[in-house]
Design a protein around this ligand. Sequence first.
Ligand SMILES: Cc1ncc(COP(=O)(O)O)c(C=O)c1O
Length: 446
Amino acid sequence: MTNATGSTRARRGAARWPWWDWWIDRKTRWARDPVKQLDEDTFRTLAVGTGLPPIYQKSTFPFRSARDGASRFLGMSKHGERPYARIYTRLGNPTTEYLERLLFQLEGHHVIEKALAADEREPTLGCLITASGMGAISAIVLSVVSAGDAVLAGNVYGCTDSLLRGLGKLGVHAIFGDMADLDAVDATLDAHPEIVAVLLESPENPTLRVADVEAISHRCERRGVLLVVDNTFCSPWLQQPFRLGADVVIHSLTKFVNGHSTSVGGAILGPFRFMKTDLFPWYKDLGATPSPFDSWLDAMTVQGLAIRQRAQSESAAAIARFLREHRHVAGVHYPGLDDFPQADIVKRQMRDGGSIVAFEVRGGIPAGEALMNYFARKDTPMELAVSLGAAISYIEHPASMTHAVVPPEARLARGITPGLIRLSVGLEGTPTLIEHLDRGLDVAHR
Ligand SMILES: Cc1ncc(COP(=O)(O)O)c(C=O)c1O
């Protein structure tokens, strides 16, 4: 591709979005970063925050004066809150705003530092909390597409997949591709100039294949396409996609950030001007509003995120090594294994291999079912359940559970085989989990 073609295509981003050039300038100078992680001390300090706020269990907020009310509806406030705050909880709530600031700093601390050093007055990034991860994904997708556009997605979570397919009835086309194959990504972007956004997860759920986010971000930027990274599997502790060139980062907070399976929540982070002009109207109108109590819970649980995830990752790495050698296991997918096929990308963009392990049990579906039924018992340390990232370990069967909505042929093409089992490793302790996996696998093969 020539420079001329490349820049013509980048103009497409500017033609589509008035904030595109503003953002590419900030992204190039501040967001992309040679240092891929926030250092641990800073991360932990930011996550603990400044003390939990009260739970503002209120739907509406009195204005100080008629002028104050009118200014707030113009997105202005003299008191340093985020735009449109303190009007009505669907538009913003002080407890939720506190959580927004925490996440914004964990994902974008380096951007804030560099913007402050450059004496920038306008925020570079924004953060909005939603009632669920799917609330975040629906809001972001609807805010960027129009009829005739397409979204290119990797092997995404089942409901993200069905949301994108469902948009077909509004004239928005979903294209699915292999995000690990950069040539295929290039070819698809070239063949479909109607693609406005690429949506990917890395590691992918549940196969754990990773995408080279940095390489894909350059490909998107050259063509004026928005790169949206679902960072749920990592949380900001394991991976910070803005440093890799992502334009928008989304989370299901239900997973690692909550970490205790006590609430459902989501987050969207992205260029401030985009958030204010394009995303916020969809956010407030779709109404995926988090409850102040759930925001408070997540603001509390995020405090121990680094410690929890470090322990979970250590356990998961030991379990992956144990399973790899087990006679009843045919294969293990874990990004932290030295012989993981994309280990070089993992080292470049993730802090460690994370706490999700996928594996194939010998004996096919009957053996897999027997193993899961073993963990459905109350006297075993895991739960047979479909979430992940919690203190409690979960075992599940993607083909019949989380990814059942993905058409069978698409599932197989993406490596979601009938025998694949996903494990989310919690905090019960490595010896206990290994002992029970060993017993469960034996029971499954009796
Ligand atoms: C990677 C990923 N993204 C998004 C979601 C949706 O999140 P929520 O269940 O909070 O709506 C999930 C849920 O499992 C997920 O695994």
